[in-house]
Design a binder for this molecule. Structure first.
Ligand SMILES: [Mg+2]
Length: 243
């Protein structure tokens, strides 16, 4: 468990960190979610992926596509993960062992050729994050190979010091704590940016600055979202977000 400084917002709306003894407050580090945060995920991408996931598991677990589709949210809740493939693998582990299948094979089926003719819309201000001081990471629930390919597609792969996504040896995802622990941050000034509110609870617990960037422009910060320090409407706002 990380021991981190307290984090709060000052009167100028900037995130402020209270140093802990022996801590390193010199350079901020930025952790970005991918889907929905660096590009708009509500359009072409998930619309292509989801039917493939459903088709794949329908064949392998001998259920109709309608049954598999209906089962998705139930299994994610049951197994405490927001990663659809991981949820199905946990539920049908015995069957998968019998078939000798693994995560990499599923990813190959679901993601192969996904970028052909794909329309990807970058989130507003994406081009500005290259200018942020300090190291930058991506922590995504998507397969790591897809994370890499999407960042290349968006033209920002070189911006990041490292990427972390679902892998055959890391079959877990946010908001599970061990997912966040994979990122080798060294600074006490960490800023975590995600379009999913639920993924910001653990970063806030760690004392990181939390930034919410929902795809729905009409959503505003509510009083009960005490784990969220800032709600932004463009990634360009990050340049002035810490004191
Ligand atoms: Mg997301």
């Amino acid at each position: 468990m990380r021991k981190s400084p307290r984090t709060q917002v000052d009167k100028f709306g900037r995130i402020v960190y209270d140093a802990r003894p022996g801590g390193n407050m010199k350079q901020p580090e930025w952790i970005f979610d991918l889907d929905g945060t660096l590009y708009a995920s509500q359009n072409d991408v998930w619309g292509r992926l989801f039917p493939r996931i459903v088709r794949y598991f329908s064949k392998k677990i001998c259920k109709t596509e309608a049954e598999v589709s209906a089962e998705c949210d139930v299994l994610k809740l049951k197994h405490g993960t927001h990663q659809t493939i991981v949820a199905f693998m946990r539920e049908y582990e015995i069957e998968f062992n019998e078939y000798g299948l693994d995560f990499d094979m599923i990813v190959h089926y679901v993601y192969d050729g996904i970028f052909s003719g794909l329309c990807v819309e970058p989130r507003l201000g994406l081009e500005t994050i290259a200018n942020l001081p300090g190291r930058k990471w991506v922590l995504s629930n998507s397969p790591e190979t897809f994370v890499h390919d999407m960042l290349v597609h968006l033209g920002v792969r070189d911006v990041f010091n490292g990427i972390f996504g679902a892998r055959s040896d890391a079959l877990y995802a946010k908001p599970e704590a061990r997912s966040y622990d994979r990122v080798p941050v060294e600074s006490d000034r960490v800023i975590f940016i995600d379009d999913g509110d639920i993924n910001l609870h653990m970063p806030a617990y760690y004392g990181w600055g939390t930034v919410w960037f929902p795809e729905d422009e009409t959503l505003e910060l509510q009083p009960n979202q005490t784990h969220v320090h800032k709600r932004i409407h463009s990634l360009s706002e990050l340049s002035t977000i810490i004191s």
